[in-house]
Design a protein around this ligand. Structure first.
Ligand code: SR1
Ligand code: MG
Length: 418
């Protein structure tokens, strides 16, 4: 992997052997880790795009180095991709870190020549998706993500930021290559196959029905338009459960004492509900896994995360509104209610988009993919049917509770238990 990477990049690619020397070359990292006493370097990148190393020194201090490759790691050097995405991640981490310091990893350093971020080591945390797959709960994580989205939605928008600062932040955050991935993989390709889709043979009819569903395709057109045009706030941009780290309260895997959103390289100015929908869509996927495994109580719990995230988001947004609007002259409380109602209904739409792409398109999720095929068939079908119902019902009763009920009914009705 690293050998290929070195051949294909016009800048020096990190290796486990060169990581300590790299740290030594960055004065800003001297206080973070002892580069002369590195005990271990592990490459842990399991995402679709980057190299990630965890370094530990003799006194147990850790540091993460994340380097953007000039291509999509999941596919290989044939799919070129700007490494400048690392800058987008660095800038989002800085700004989000000011707004929600406990909810993102700390950024220690950014190297624009080699596209390397040096980040707080979160080795005492786990990726939320894998914890969910293992049947753990980490209660409190969904609420934390609601607070994170609220802080960012308010604090990077015209509501919470000086207009000139917001304009320059927005200009620097234009992220066309990463947005194009989302435009293609999330909004278009599940309906217009570009050769990257795949499903089990048993789900081929489900995928064909989805692509032929005019209501769904039209709704996804609306969602794509909103994604591409509505620059409300500096979003995370890829806020699925694999972009969240959780740490349990000592001795209690059921509760969480730290939650961090990471991997914000897809950050751009977009519609707030896109981040909310990403979370909701992935909660449905977690619930589909639980249903497939016959754990209906856990499925109900996973679906309930939609309400928990929404309620924390709404409370956080209302609080920020009261405390810190920069210009209350024209942004009155009617606007607040309008925004909340709009975002709540749009979370259904974006949630539908996000869950569908993970079933049909490139870059699937371990929640579903690690199920044995006889169980996966029903789980995949249930997620696709939920998405199609969510786009139809989003304007009726847009409470998250209703979204959960719709999903719960369909997941149960489509489950195949082998
Ligand atoms: C080609 S990149 C595929 C996916 O990986 C990232 O996590 C994003 O979700 C992107 O859509
Ligand atoms: Mg990612």
């Amino acid at each position: 992997m690293t050998t290929d990477a070195a051949l294909e990049a016009p800048y020096e690619i990190l290796t486990p052997q060169s990581a300590a020397a790299y740290v030594r070359s960055r004065p800003g990292l001297a206080s973070r880790i002892d580069a002369d006493d590195i005990g271990s370097v592990r490459e842990i990148g399991d995402g679709n795009l980057n190299l990630v190393f965890v370094l530990t020194d003799g006194s147990g201090r850790g540091l993460v180095l994340k380097q953007a490759l000039p291509y999509v790691r999941l596919v290989g050097p044939s799919w070129r991709l700007t490494p400048d995405r690392a800058r987008h991640e660095a800038e989002a981490l800085r700004l989000h870190g000011q707004l929600a310091p406990d909810l993102v990893p700390q950024l220690y350093d950014y190297d624009p020549d080699r596209y390397v971020l040096a980040i707080e080591d979160l080795s005492d945390h786990r990726v939320w998706r894998t914890a969910l797959n293992d049947g753990l709960r980490h209660d409190g994580a969904a609420e934390a993500m609601g607070r994170y989205v609220a802080a960012v939605a308010f604090g990077t928008s015209v509501l919470g930021m000086d207009a000139a600062d917001r304009a320059s932040t927005l200009a620097a955050a234009v992220n066309p290559e990463l947005c194009l991935i989302t435009e293609d993989l999330v909004f278009t390709e599940p309906y217009v196959d570009a050769g990257r889709n795949s499903v089990l043979p048993a789900n081929e009819a489900d995928a064909a029905e989805l692509a032929a569903d005019r209501t769904m395709v039209d709704a996804m057109g609306q969602a794509k338009w909103t994604f591409m045009t509505r620059a409300e706030a500096l979003l995370h941009g890829d806020l699925h459960t694999g972009s969240v780290m959780v740490r349990a309260v000592d001795g209690d895997e059921g509760r969480v004492d730290s939650v961090r959103a990471f991997d914000s390289e897809f950050a751009f100015y977009g519609p707030v509900a896109f981040d909310l929908g990403a979370l909701w869509g992935n909660y449905v996927i977690a619930a589909a896994r639980a249903t497939a495994l016959g754990d209906d109580e856990r499925a109900a719990w996973a679906l309930g995360l939609c309400t928990r995230t929404w309620d924390a988001f709404e409370a956080g947004f209302r609080e920020a509104w009261t405390d810190g609007r920069v210009d209350p002259r024209m942004f009155g409380d009617d606007l607040r209610e309008h925004l909340l109602a709009t975002w709540r209904a749009e979370a259904w739409l974006f949630g539908a988009a996000k869950m569908t792409r993970r079933i049909v398109g490139l870059a699937k999720t371990t929640d579903i993919e690690t199920l044995p095929p006889p169980l996966r068939e029903g789980a995949a079908r249930g997620v696709l049917r939920t998405a199609r119902r969510w786009v139809r019902e989003r304007g009726v009763d847009s409470t998250p509770r209703r979204a959960e009920d719709v999903a719960g009914e369909l997941l149960a009705a489509t489950a195949t238990r082998g």
